[in-house]
Design a protein around this ligand. Structure first.
Ligand SMILES: Cc1cc2nc3c(=O)[nH]c(=O)nc-3n(C[C@H](O)[C@H](O)[C@H](O)COP(=O)(O)O)c2cc1C
Length: 172
């Protein structure tokens, strides 16, 4: 799939067949995550791949908006390493860029994926850090849930010229 087609047609997929994704697809998705830009090129990201049933159920137990995880069968928790990037804003941006790359790669491979937020809700980051036994300097930022999608979803056109400003902000 062409990169522009992937960007324009990607949707959050929360409904899956229950089949396990192929190992080579998982590797490509992770490679795409690593290819994302990072501030100062520090690459402060770490990835925890989750496929263990018990861990999956425990995550679905605390994350109200990750109820699709058990059927998807795979989650990739993207974490920021504070010893490599101490500016929290950059750490979140670096991990977010990586998450978006993985969403696009999943879509390009014909799989279904959705971003599940963690960082902005302390009780979610705390619960995830506890379950994954993360050291204190490793901050879980977000999770990509990925699986074999059971249907396609229509693309949406969100382009809005009224939100584009050339050279300066115009009120009219
Ligand atoms: C930071 C962030 C956190 C999100 N968290 C969740 C989540 O916890 N669960 C979920 O189902 N979708 C989550 N989403 C996906 C959004 O709901 C989705 O991107 C949005 O509704 C637009 O739909 P689309 O991705 O199909 O274009 C999140 C998206 C972002 C960017």
């Amino acid at each position: 799939m062409d990169v522009l087609e992937a960007i324009m047609t990607r949707r959050s997929i929360r409904s899956y067949t229950g089949e396990i994704i192929k190992e080579e697809d998982l590797r490509i998705i992770l490679q795409a995550g690593f290819q994302a830009p990072s501030a100062h090129n520090f690459e402060p990201r770490e990835y925890v791949v989750i496929s263990d049933r018990d861990t999956i159920e425990r995550i679905a137990g605390f994350h109200k908006y990750a109820q699709m995880l058990p059927k998807a069968g795979c989650g990739i928790v993207v974490c920021g390493d504070q010893t490599k990037q101490s500016e929290m804003g950059f750490l979140v941006e670096d991990c977010s860029a990586s998450i978006q790359n993985m969403l696009l790669a999943s879509h390009g491979l014909g799989l279904g994926a959705v971003w599940c937020g963690l960082y902005s809700v302390k009780k979610l980051t705390d619960a995830m850090a506890d379950i994954l036994r993360l050291p204190d300097h490793i901050i879980p930022i977000g999770m990509v849930v990925v699986g074999v999608r059971d249907r396609e979803k229509d693309a949406v056109d969100r382009y809005d010229e009224s939100k584009i400003h050339f050279d300066r902000w115009r009120e009219e």
